[in-house]
Design a binder for this molecule. Structure first.
Ligand code: NAP
Length: 252
């Protein structure tokens, strides 16, 4: 039996990187998937790829900072597929980096909106739909940055992603009695278009930070998302799951 047979999932940030790999994996494992991001052409290509592999997906393009979009994604899941079981709230951006004195309030707010307020908006509409189904699994993509490692120059990113862990804990406690599990997933460095390590020197530096001496492929992170989405993690809620190649414990 497939891990997500008969499940209905929303995946945000599905036009690229970790979200794209996760949408594909969820569909391979039997879920019907709503794929979300701003770039419509990338989403359409993903839907076609999933269909070619005998999966089911539908795209709705929009901005996760927009409350109407958060609602529309859930409405689509309900209208098209009959409900919602899984939400992988994964869309995110590093935002402006640098010394705090150089950072603008506008850049700070944009990063918080993209990474944290989007999660609040998503959960606001996803949780009631999951309760309707008798439970579900809500996942937020956080990071080791701001949780186990302080990376200079990444203040707004770290603060927004650490905020997701507080959101996770409260929602897990609030909706555990209704069967909704809520977890954060904390990837280590992952080879996606968003990765900040673009030169050979910075790539080598970042790889060396990890105990495994490499960064992850997107599908390696997708497999951890699958674990949190599926019944394999049925007694796991309120956690911050590190899938970080040991970057948090490594000191060499
Ligand atoms: N790569 C890493 O090393 C790493 C490590 C730890 C955590 N993470 C986290 O993992 C998540 C995925 O990142 P990634 O590395 O896969 O990056 P990516 O390839 O750049 O993907 C980011 C995704 O988020 C979407 N997105 C960004 N802003 C959005 C907005 N306002 N509205 C809708 N969608 C938006 C992008 O789609 P559009 O541009 O089409 O809107 C894209 O699909 C992020 O939350 C990131 O912080 C990444």
């Amino acid at each position: 039996m497939l891990a997500l047979a008969n499940k209905i999932a929303i995946v945000t940030g599905a036009s690229s990187g970790i979200g794209r790999a996760t949408a594909r994996l969820f569909a391979e494992e039997g879920a019907r998937v709503i794929v979300a991001a701003r770039r419509r052409a990338e989403l359409d290509a993903l839907v076609a790829e999933i269909a070619d592999a005998d999966g089911t997906a539908v795209a709705l393009a929009g901005d996760v900072r927009d409350e109407a979009y958060a609602k529309a994604l859930v409405d689509l899941a309900v209208e098209k597929f009959g409900g919602l079981d899984i939400a992988f709230n994964n869309a995110g951006a590093v935002g402006p980096m640098g010394p705090i004195s150089d950072l603008s309030l506008e850049g700070w707010r944009e990063t918080l909106d993209t990474n944290l307020t989007s999660a609040f908006l998503g959960a606001k509409y996803q949780v009631p739909a999951m309760i309707e189904r008798g439970g579900g699994s809500l996942i937020f993509t956080s990071t080791f940055v701001g949780n186990t490692v302080g990376m200079p120059g990444m203040t707004s990113y770290a603060a927004s992603k650490a905020g997701l862990i507080g959101l996770t804990q409260v929602l897990a406690a609030e909706y555990g009695p209704k069967g909704v599990r809520v977890n954060a997933l904390l990837p280590g460095g992952t080879d996606t278009p968003a990765a900040t390590f673009k030169t050979p020197e910075s790539q080598a530096f970042v790889e060396n930070l990890h105990a495994l001496k490499r960064v992850a492929t997107p599908v390696e992170i997708a497999r951890s998302a699958l674990y949190l989405a599926s019944d394999a993690s049925s007694f796991t809620t309120g956690t911050a799951l590190l899938a970080d190649g040991g970057v948090s414990i490594n000191r060499t």
